[in-house]
Design a protein around this ligand. Structure first.
Ligand code: ASP
Length: 434
């Protein structure tokens, strides 16, 4: 029954993406009316995020057991996240310097029609890396955890659950009922995720068709792509190299998993990431796919995936590095910009930082990219004009980089599982996939 249900969801999602893409491409604007189906699905996923992050982190910590194991697993995860994001940024920098998409670029400014995004961009204008670091710190320690949860800020919830769960494991008998409650609640939330996934085919159809419809259909998308073609191709090529070469090699050599089989297992999460453009919204699906379809130990997966969805963004780092250099190249003559080796290093470091600081929501990377553009010293007019030129295609690149972000998290779970200390008796066994 479980097998059949999973197959239905998997093929349903694939059909949803294909049918949504086809209908949105061909019928254009009228398809914007089906977007609400996708939004309903997104709401259902977001509804589960707060309890999922809270209980799954505690369940993960409880099954990992003692604090040293938590430290080793967490340390392995953070090392993996930082190094792979940096690797992705270098892939992007290499390609953008070889392809040089900004040379001879005809400016194609788009109007910023989304007021919420406009105000997020406005807020971030002129921020330095020090401001960005401070922002990250303040977002980890807000004044009120309920307020943070209400705003769906995941990072403080992770930290709170981490400490709360860690303390519970040290309380012995007094902590046991609370831990048992959290373990039970976690299982209940995971079952709710499965129920929501039955709606995924229709929801994903609505998201893809609705977005293409809003964009004006296939012809309009084709025009947008043509205007910023070299830039978009450089980002997409970089994402492809990272997702299809770098990460599978890590998965094979460090995670000891067969990449094609592992990718097939995690496919529902990848397709959900592409449709929602949000790592956080995809998190419930990622956890389910990894533990059930790929049989990664659930103590490791529930512990590292919420952190990964929030801080590990390989695709975003790569995109920010390419976009920053592209803008520099495009305005090299007009504004006398020259990015030397020092500039490239600043871009590498700040793009990694900006990717870590980006929330797992649509277009977050576009906003945190301002940190990179300011740090490298572009004048304000260049930043504004540069952002306007890459805006029109960002909705599509956002989906692609989110898919790579989630793939990076999934590979990370397999790699960290190998480094993590052996499981305690109640965590699930790992079955080698190759
Ligand atoms: N949408 C991306 C994510 O959720 C973040 C970004 O905008 O790059 O992973």
């Amino acid at each position: 029954m479980e097998g059949r249900g999973q197959r239905f969801i998997f093929y349903g999602i694939v059909a949803g993406v294909l049918a949504g893409g086809l209908c949105g491409w061909i019928f254009g604007e009228p398809m914007a009316r089906v977007k609400f189906l996708g939004e309903l699905f997104l709401h259902a996923l977001f509804l589960l995020i707060v309890p999922l992050v809270f209980f799954s982190m505690i369940a993960g910590i409880a099954s990992l057991g003692d604090v040293r194991k938590i430290g080793r697993t967490g340390g392995a995860a953070l090392t993996y996240y930082a190094l792979t994001t940096l690797a992705a940024v270098f892939v992007g920098l290499l390609l953008v310097n070889v392809i040089q998409p900004g040379r001879g670029f005809q400016e194609h400014a788009a109007a910023l029609t989304d007021p919420a995004l406009a105000s997020r961009i406005e807020e971030s204008m002129g921020k330095t890396p020090a401001d960005a670091l401070k922002d990250i710190l303040f977002s980890i320690f807000p004044k009120n955890i309920l307020d943070a949860a209400a705003r769906q800020q995941i990072l403080p919830l992770i930290v709170f659950a981490l400490v709360f769960g860690g303390v519970l494991t040290t309380l012995g008998k007094a902590g046991k009922p609370v831990l048992d409650f959290c373990l039970g609640a976690n299982e209940a939330v995971m079952v709710m995720v499965r129920l929501v996934m039955y709606a995924a085919p229709v929801g994903i159809f609505g998201l893809v068709a609705g977005r293409l419809g809003e964009q004006g259909g296939g012809a309009a998308v084709g025009r947008e792509l043509a205007a910023v073609g070299w830039y978009a191709s450089t980002v997409l090529l970089g994402l492809a190299v990272h997702a299809l070469v770098v990460l599978p090699l890590l998965l094979y050599f460090l995670g000891r998993r067969a990449p094609h089989r592992y990718a097939a297992g995690v496919a529902p999460a990848l397709l959900t990431a592409f449709s929602t453009a949000s790592s956080s919204a995809t998190l419930p699906v990622t956890i389910r796919s990894i533990t059930e379809r790929n049989r990664v130990r659930s103590d490791v997966a529930t512990f590292v995936l919420p952190i990964g969805a929030t801080v590990n963004m390989d695709g975003t780092g790569l995109y920010e590095a390419v976009a920053a250099v592209f803008i520099g190249q495009a305005f090299a003559v007009a504004a006398g910009i020259h990015i030397g080796l020092g500039g490239m290093l600043i871009i590498a470091v700040t793009a990694t930082l900006a990717a870590i600081g980006a929330a797992g929501i649509p277009e977050a990377g576009l906003v945190t990219m301002l940190i990179v553009l300011t740090s490298v010293g572009y004048p304000q007019e260049v930043i504004t004009a540069g952002m306007a030129s890459i805006l029109s295609i960002d909705w599509l690149l956002d989906r692609c980089r989110t898919t790579v972000n989630v793939w990076g998290d999934a590979v990370g779970a397999a790699v960290v599982e190998r480094w993590a200390p052996p499981s305690s008796p109640d965590s699930e066994p790992h079955e080698a996939a190759n």
